[in-house]
Design a protein around this ligand. Structure first.
Ligand code: G3I
Length: 308
């Protein structure tokens, strides 16, 4: 059976991110994607600089193709992402006036969010990688420079106003591995919730190097946000240990804990180790090999969904 079939039995939305629309030219890629997964997210095509390099001039071709594919295959799409510390066009990077930047954010969010059916693109990474990679404060990105730390709250309010029913996530890396960063994100998000900022969930990237998060950490994260009324998703999991057995074990351990902690939205950052189909070429971090054969990691994930 497929991952999608097993996940659906538990009301888990299973997905693959890092989808570049040109990969759909390969019928085998497209077949595995639609058979195994119920959600997909674009790798780069939704990032501001790819979508709107010049103010007001949008390049929708690639994203339209992904969304059409999803709709034809009964899948949903994750809006990755609205703003991020990376990937901003020059016209944004050159802004110094808060009013102009707010207007640009509003125009960009509305254009992107209103482009697609809100039942197909039903969840969004509103802010990605707000924190320094290793923790220790907010990244001093263009939004922070011009609008101050309140840019995060502003972004969520703009997104909520654009589509009231959309699920809005804050997407962050390494919080499952770095205890101080975990606390920092919790403090940030609980502050947003206390201020009435419309955030619905935390998207854990989970690009895992060498070791799985310590047992219990995912469960603690889920419970701490549940107490705030928020959900936790796994958004971009891949595992790069360079050792297949260890990789398999990590996939299995993380998925078992995710299932028992009731995480209901789980995506991987791609599915095939095919050259350049992962951002970690050579690392073999995904569930299928270069010829689309399922690896040990696939069976570990499948078992966790089927039996946990
Ligand atoms: O499109 C340009 C091309 O025109 C140019 O010639 C070439 C030369 O460098 O660069 C191309 O852009 C690259 C882009 O991928 C498309 O291939 C960027 O340099 C490169 O930085 C970019 O990397 C992406 C990275 O995010 C940064 O945006 C990866 O593909 C993508 O997998 C990665 O994904 C991120 C998530 O969005 C957020 N979480 C972490 C995750 C992994 O880093």
């Amino acid at each position: 059976t497929s991952l999608r079939h097993e996940a659906a039995k538990r009301d888990i939305l299973i997905g693959s991110g890092a989808i570049n629309p040109t990969y759909l030219d390969d019928p085998e890629f497209a077949a595995v994607l639609s058979l195994q997964f119920e959600s997909l997210s674009p790798e780069n095509e939704g990032k501001w600089t790819f979508l709107e390099k010049t103010q007001g001039h949008y390049n929708w071709t690639s994203l339209d193709r992904l969304v059409d594919f999803a709709e034809s295959n009964d899948m949903v799409v994750k809006g990755h992402g609205l703003i991020s510390s990376c990937c901003n066009p020059d016209y944004v990077l050159n802004m110094t006036d808060p009013t102009a930047l707010r207007a640009a954010m509003t125009a960009h969010f509305e254009a992107f969010m209103h482009r697609y059916d809100s039942k197909t693109v039903d969840r969004w990474d509103v802010v990605t990688e707000a924190l320094e990679t290793m923790g220790g404060g907010l990244q001093d990105n263009i939004f922070h420079k011009v609008l101050g730390p309140g840019y995060i709250a502003e972004a969520f309010r703009i997104a909520r106003a654009a589509i009231p029913e959309a699920k809005l996530f804050i997407n962050e890396n390494l919080v499952e591995s770095l205890p101080d960063k975990r606390k920092e994100l919790y403090d940030l998000v609980s502050g947003l919730v206390a201020d009435g900022v419309p955030v619905d969930g935390v998207a854990l990237q989970m690009h895992i190097t060498l070791a799985a998060p310590l047992p219990g950490v995912l469960t603690d994260i889920v419970n701490s946000y549940k107490a705030l009324g928020l959900e936790v998703a796994i958004a971009e999991m891949d595992v790069h240990t360079l050792n297949d057995t260890l990789t398999t074990d990590i996939y299995g351990a993380v998925m078992q804990e995710a299932v028992s902690a009731n995480i209901t939205d789980i995506s991987f950052w791609g599915f095939t180790d095919k050259h350049l189909y992962t951002w970690l070429p050579g690392a073999k971090p995904l569930m299928f090999d270069e010829e689309y054969n399922p690896k040990g990691a696939f069976y570990a994930v499948h078992d966790a969904l089927e039996k946990s």
